[in-house]
Design a protein around this ligand. Structure first.
Ligand code: ZN
Ligand code: ZN
Length: 431
């Protein structure tokens, strides 16, 4: 078995490692037993304890008072979610290599070298891949769910790997006023990225309850960590950052749901932004929209959905619905394109998003990784994904015709055209 094939049969959900830790240990032992070089095993497990974060040492004082925390874990307000156990055949382990290939692009993902203005703008979002976004809100900068790592895994050798490089080095980031984290899954909270940010910015890390224990274990001073429960706020550099409800779960390896998950509302003096983190669709969006909206910009997850875990990951149509519930004006999709975490074709999230946006009149901007969107003057949607999409993002060419004289290819069959993604124009509707 090739070491890099292993994660495809693991129970990765869209960010959360749901495989059992014993599995890795067994694999490492088995690899050593069949003669895999010890160096490889060491490399695969190097740094594991640190990247996993703080171990569970019982509920922390700041956690136990939370209404979201009971019987030792955080809980969603809605019933569920029911994440299939890793051993369940119909659950996260049902994938085969063939299913997994659907989520990989065929061509290189086009990247844009990020260009950050010397002074933060009024309202802009630079999508840096997956859920990592540099926000500019009323002249301030907020970095959300920063992940520059190659794999969303505690190991350098195992786990889902990037489908494209980071569009720019982390050292090229301008100074930021705050770093927001939605939850502790690896595709949203990356230890090396946190440690790099620690030394190149003095910004506070504003996180949901419990994540502070990871950050402090990685060397972040306690005074730079702000931990909030749902509906709590902190003011940083004139921006009000409000921790809001999400429908999801948490866990980096050991333990489950011992840190909180959330979405974020960012209020400046003039503009409002909502960042969804990871979440299933929830009626809570309407309440957030009523209390804290309307939002000039929503950043909502559209990828890594599956019927098996729809309680914890929205699909594209639900993202558009959430955008409406929140009173969103411009929607920028996130949580797609960068990591292969589910079973849908690579470009399906954005194709479905645009169909639903056209149907409902929602305004959408779909940047390339690294591209900055001026939200006050968003660009027209340009299809940059169809030429990149996976094999199942395009029709299968017809099979060669067979005649009595032997097989021959049908002229033009190889050139079967790809299905064009819809290109809705901007709508004037402000919802
Ligand atoms: Zn997650
Ligand atoms: Zn995620």
């Amino acid at each position: 078995m090739h070491a890099q094939d292993a994660p495809d049969r693991w129970g990765w959900d869209a960010g959360g490692v749901t495989s059992h830790p014993a599995r890795l240990i067994r694999r490492a032992a088995a690899a050593a037993a069949v003669g895999v070089p010890v160096g490889l095993v060491v490399r695969a497990t190097w740094g594991l304890p640190a990247a996993i974060g703080a171990g569970r040492r019982g509920p922390l004082p700041e956690v136990t008072g939370s209404p979201q925390f009971s019987d030792g874990t955080f809980r969603n307000r809605l019933p569920g979610p029911v994440i299939p156990a890793v051993s369940a055949r119909s659950g996260l382990l049902r994938q085969t290599h063939r299913e997994r290939d659907r989520g990989r692009p065929i061509g290189p993902v086009p990247l844009v070298c990020p260009e950050f203005p010397a002074r933060a703008g009024e309202l802009a979002a630079t999508w840096l891949g997956h859920s990592t976004v540099l926000l500019e809100v009323d002249g301030r900068r907020v970095l959300v769910d920063p992940v520059w790592g190659d794999r969303v895994s505690p190991s350098p050798l195992f786990g889902p790997r990037r489908l494209h490089a980071p569009p720019g080095p982390i050292d090229d980031l301008p100074d930021v006023d705050a770093v927001l984290v939605s939850h502790d899954h690896y595709d949203h909270l990356d230890m090396p990225t946190v440690q790099a940010l620690l030394h190149r910015t003095r910004a506070p890390f504003v996180v949901p309850l419990g994540i502070g224990q990871h950050l402090r274990a990685w060397g972040v001073p306690a005074e730079r960590v702000v931990e909030l429960d749902w509906d709590q706020s902190v003011v940083v550099a004139g921006l009000t950052l409000t921790c809001t409800e999400a429908r999801h779960f948490s866990g980096r390896w050991f333990g489950r749901d011992d840190t909180l998950w959330c979405s974020w509302a960012v209020h400046g003096p003039r503009h409002r932004v909502f960042f969804g983190g990871d979440t299933g669709y929830t009626p809570a969006f309407a309440g957030i929209g009523a209390r804290l909206g309307p939002f000039d910009l929503t950043l909502l997850p559209i990828g890594a959905y599956d019927p098996a875990w729809r309680e914890v990951h929205m699909d594209p149509e639900e993202a558009v619905r959430a955008h409406g519930d929140l009173g969103g004006d411009v929607l920028v999709p996130v949580h797609w394109a960068t990591f292969n975490l589910a079973f849908h074709p690579w470009a399906e999230p954005v194709r479905r998003l645009l169909v639903e946006a056209a149907r409902t009149g929602a305004r959408v901007a779909v940047p390339r990784p690294g591209e900055r969107v001026d939200v006050l003057d968003p660009p027209e949607v340009q299809d940059w994904w169809t030429d990149v999409g996976s094999a199942e993002d395009r029709p299968v060419p017809p099979r060669p015709a067979v005649s009595g004289w032997g097989a021959r290819a049908v002229p033009g069959a190889r050139g079967a055209r790809r299905r064009a993604a819809p290109r809705p124009g901007r709508s004037d509707r402000r919802s």
